[in-house]
Design a protein around this ligand. Structure first.
Ligand SMILES: *[C@@H]1O[C@H](CO)[C@@H](O)[C@H](O)[C@H]1NC(C)=O
Ligand SMILES: *[C@@H]1O[C@H](CO)[C@@H](O)[C@H](O)[C@H]1NC(C)=O
Length: 510
């Protein structure tokens, strides 16, 4: 009832919403920022506001109100109102204006499964309500500014941990073991994905959504993510099946069944393509009543496929599933690179520069079909005390390395300025980086376009030879010195297709 009313109210709006979206797809080169700590709050980025809201800080997250989950449990009566205040102030028109001023063309928006409130089991799961209204509002502001959005399923049902979650501040819920990798939670994630797909195609507020990311940072050890390979395939299938029912031209699937105005219940008996497996049908049938409640039913207004998005295959080790095997239609890959947590390069400026200037992740991914690749999280943080001069080199060199792929998305667009936050914003805030002259005002530019020149190639050419005990390291011919790869020819993926530029050979494996 409410659904039909809302739907009919939307119709007159249709003609006015399309103008700001230039094309369905990602920009040719992504210059982006994450909207972190907005709809998934991470207290470390706003320590003072978190305290003012009623949150706490502690080393062991089980001992205080350190997470969104613990907060909702502790303040059941006021949590929605308090978070409404946070969602209103942390990201608003002034921030959009600043992003426009900084030349940002893309945002990645971390989301929790709880933004679809019907998926939360309120007996055991506690999260604030009302986020969807703010997502709609923010997307519309971004759309008017010509900025496209990737919806990132960042906090999945049944909390999961990855290696970063060992640091308490990355948690949204405090648990002792990962719980996402189960049939029940994979299923909820598929329902979530179908709903987000419908919103992205049917709700005018989602006009600038071009991509959905399946899972942010799965556990790196693939032996600890049972079923993730099947989930990758189901994730793509549920998006393409949903799109098919919404009237999106989907190569290989034939023509759309007689439109029933997006009524999955009516349409599903009419389809028999192989992607409509029992699991996909079940997810769609579960999504439909939730969509009715949300008042979002109808056919696609975009009529172009979303870009499905995964962390790249090399994110995981121990024989991971390759998300390239799941692709149906346009797909993009995401890698995250933080030097500050260690394990990437020695903790000194020379080692950082040498590593980033010889980064081989774009080629290595392309060789496994994971192209286009963008770097969906990175920042300026380093493990040592540093000068502004070095940070300028560091920002330049990273942008250069990531632009050999499809581009980059900085973590984060902002960080709270407060005594408690200290100096965090210097290296973690894109907008402050630009304001402080550590990042170029025009994101496509560099302070020094030759910043990498002294660091390219093996260390021995400009620095004292490193002890090379492994003979293999000298045989550069084992590794293709430069790989030129283009995206698999999928016409509709032209927007995201990126040639991987030939890069200098790196004789040492990273
Ligand atoms: C969807 O289709 C089913 C089956 O035809 C019908 O029973 C139901 O009323 C429809 N729902 C809506 C909201 O139109
Ligand atoms: C950075 O400098 C501060 C202040 O001089 C000092 O206390 C700290 O130990 C230094 N940190 C590192 C990693 O060198």
């Amino acid at each position: 009832m409410r659904a039909t009313t809302v739907f009919s109210q939307l119709i007159p709006l249709l003609s006015v919403f399309t103008s700001a979206v230039l094309s369905a797809g990602l920009p040719k080169k992504i210059h982006g920022v994450n909207l972190g700590s907005w709809l998934v709050l991470e207290a470390w980025m706003l320590p003072q506001e978190w305290q003012d809201m009623g949150g706490q800080h502690c080393n062991d997250c089980s001992t205080c109100i350190a997470t969104e989950f613990a907060f909702a449990q502790a303040y059941p009566k006021t949590v929605d109102k308090i978070f409404d205040g946070h969602w209103t102030t942390w990201f608003n028109q002034a921030d959009v204006d600043a992003l426009v001023d900084a030349g940002i063309n893309t945002v990645r928006i971390p989301l929790g499964y709880w933004i679809i409130e019907a998926l939360v089991d309120r007996r055991t799961e506690f999260y604030p309500r009302g986020g969807l209204k703010h997502l709609r509002r923010g997307l519309q502001q971004l759309n008017k500014a010509g900025i496209v959005a990737i919806l990132d399923h960042h906090a999945l049902p049944g909390p999961y941990l990855d290696f970063l979650d060992q640091l308490d501040f990355f948690r949204t819920r405090c648990t002792s073991s990962p719980q996402f990798y189960t049939d029940y939670n994979y299923h909820r994630a598929l329902v979530w994905t179908s709903i987000m797909t419908v919103l992205s195609h049917v709700d005018p507020a989602f006009a600038n959504v071009v991509s959905i990311e399946a899972v942010n940072e799965p556990i790196m050890d693939a032996t600890q993510t049972p079923g993730y390979g099947d989930f990758q395939k189901n994730f793509v299938k549920v998006i393409r099946a949903t799109e098919f029912l919404l009237g999106v031209p989907t190569p290989g699937l034939g023509s759309t069944p007689a439109p029933n105005n997006g009524n999955f219940t009516a349409m599903l008996p009419q389809v028999n393509q192989p992607i409509f497996t029992a699991e996909i049908r079940a997810a769609l049938l579960e999504a439909f009543p939730i969509l009715l409640q949300l008042g979002v039913v109808g056919l696609s207004k975009k009529r172009t496929q979303l870009v499905t998005n995964f962390m790249d295959v090399n994110w995981q080790y121990n024989d991971p599933a390759n998300p390239a095997d799941a692709a149906i239609g346009p797909q993009g890959y995401d890698n995250h690179l933080y030097y500050v947590f260690g394990g990437v390069a020695d903790a000194n400026p020379e080692a950082y520069m040498r590593h980033i200037c010889n980064l081989d992740r774009v080629q290595n991914d392309a060789a496994l079909g994971n192209s286009p690749l963008w770097f969906g999280e990175w920042g300026l943080p380093v493990q040592f005390n540093t000068t502004d001069d070095f940070l300028r080199m560091w920002g330049d060199a990273q942008k250069m390395a990531y632009s050999k792929g499809a581009g980059w998305i900085f973590w984060n667009f902002k960080i709270e300025k407060s005594e408690l936050a200290g100096d965090l914003s210097r290296e973690w805030s894109y907008l402050d980086g630009v304001r402080n002259g550590l990042l170029t005002k025009d994101p496509s530019k560099y302070f020094n376009p030759n910043v990498c020149d002294p660091y390219i190639g093996p260390a021995s050419s400009t620095a004292p030879p490193e002890s090379s005990t492994t003979p293999a390291s000298s045989s550069t011919s084992d590794v293709p010195a430069s790989t030129t790869t283009t995206v698999s020819a999928e016409p509709s993926s032209a927007e995201v297709s990126t040639a991987v530029a030939a890069t200098p050979s790196s004789s040492t494996s990273a």
